[in-house]
Design a protein around this ligand. Structure first.
Ligand code: 13P
Ligand code: SF4
Length: 405
């Protein structure tokens, strides 16, 4: 089999299969140690994690997103996509401590959905999300002023992807919108258009301001709702009026925030075509954060949970090429050895912020709890939490979703 180095020398297309060639980002990045964070090389970390878990018993509940490292997933009580984890966090009122192995916006949502007596802990506060950072609350407030100015705000419902700061979720709650995840974006958009098109504005068309992932918004509109790309505009928060004219804003149905995921943005149509050439009969499955042309060229599209369920349900011998984060794809390849699973990217493609949560941080968070210290608690401001909760509850009440008790 040709290697990446061979390909670089000869100029031939890079091979698709990179499974098992991941870099150890924990050692590479030279983590700044908060207090007594153990070194990644320290022996006995697994035993220490087991001992801390046993000592804490039912008092701690560990949630793990599908993009987490294997060493962390091994200690998760529940794994899931962001929607499942939000519901799971809300369904554990008896655990005083929820250790969230995922990224900051997920831990914030868990804090909002849990009681005041519970504390959500993020083992490394540097585990953010570059997409969530692409929508700052002052930018979103300014954008809304632009919509007011263009005369379309009364005709617009905000729909905000879970991958956003609590302040943006609160903005959504204040303006009558809903949160969505990659697993319920279709029902969230359908609901929003039923609200926006309810005749509140005479002659209005009903619009959605979709934050902050333009790709999920565009893909859901075009692929799931059969909408036209002509009806989408991209609002660039760095340009006056989003870089759009008043007329463009008035004509649009989908106002897409200019945000994207830097991991999923790397999957290309060329890679899909290459996979189809090189692996006859291959099925392409991708996350809806991928660019529209990639999603259009795929056989299946879905959240991390859906990707896992689809692969799990496929017969032995199925060939897949998967376009989502590498920790998950490697785990799929290990769990389903009777299927052929390749990765839709020529180069290593981890989510570097998800990867910040490693075994040393998990051990540190758990052992600190055993010692009676809560490290890295995530506490959302009360007013922000109230309105963010309104928008999250709206999501949980969407048709087909199960509301918590
Ligand atoms: P899921 O909701 O599919 O788990 O996706 C979360 C995410 O951050 C994908 O990049
Ligand atoms: Fe954010 Fe992308 Fe990482 Fe998901 S994969 S947490 S969207 S940066």
């Amino acid at each position: 089999m040709s290697t990446t180095a061979d390909a670089a020398r000869t100029g031939a297309p890079l091979p698709l299969l990179v499974l098992g060639q991941g870099r150890d980002l924990a050692t590479e990045r030279g983590v700044e140690c908060p207090g007594d964070l153990p070194a990644p090389s320290e022996p006995g970390l697994v035993e220490r994690a087991k001992a801390a878990r046993a000592a804490l018993g039912e008092k701690v509940f560990v949630l793990g997103h599908h993009y987490q490292r294997d060493e962390v997933i091994a200690f998760a009580d529940v794994t899931g996509d962001s929607f499942k984890l939000a519901k799971e966090a809300a369904a554990r009122p008896d655990a005083p401590w929820i250790v969230f192995c995922g990224v900051h916006f997920m831990a914030e949502s868990a804090d909002i959905l849990t009681s005041d007596e519970q504390t959500v802990i993020l083992p490394d506060l540097a585990a953010g999300c570059s997409m969530a950072d692409m929508a700052q609350i002052h930018q979103v407030e300014d954008a809304w002023d632009d919509l007011v100015e263009a005369g379309v705000a009364d005709d617009t419902i905000p729909v905000t992807y879970m991958n956003s700061a609590a302040a943006i979720k609160a903005f959504t709650g204040r303006h009558g919108g809903t949160i969505c995840t990659s697993s319920n974006a279709k029902s969230a958009l359908s609901w929003a258009f039923s609200q926006a098109g309810d005749g509140r504005v005479e002659g209005g068309t009903g619009k959605v301001l979709f934050l902050p992932d333009q790709h999920l918004g565009r893909n859901t509109w075009a692929r799931d709702l059969g909408g036209s790309l002509e009806d989408c505009v991209v609002f660039d928060p760095h340009r006056p009026m989003g870089g759009l004219t008043r007329q463009q804003l008035q004509d649009a149905r989908m106002i897409l925030w200019r945000g994207h995921c830097s991991v999923h943005g790397r999957f290309t149509l060329e890679a899909v075509e290459q996979a189809r050439r090189e692996i006859p009969g291959v099925k392409v499955i991708v996350h809806p954060e991928c660019r529209h042309e990639v999603v259009e060229a795929a056989d299946e599209v879905g959240s991390t949970e859906k990707i896992i369920k689809t692969v799990a349900a496929a017969p032995d011998g199925t060939k897949w090429v998967v376009g989502t984060e590498l920790n998950l794809v490697k785990r799929l390849a290990a769990e389903f050895p009777r299927q052929q699973i390749a990765f839709l990217e020529k180069n290593v493609c981890y989510c570097s912020t998800m990867n910040r949560i490693d075994l040393p941080h998990l051990v540190w968070a758990l052992e600190s709890l055993v010692d009676g210290r809560v490290v890295n608690p995530i506490k959302v401001d009360e007013d922000v939490a109230h309105y963010a909760r309104v928008a999250l509850d709206q999501m949980l009440a969407l048709p087909g979703e199960t509301h918590r008790d």
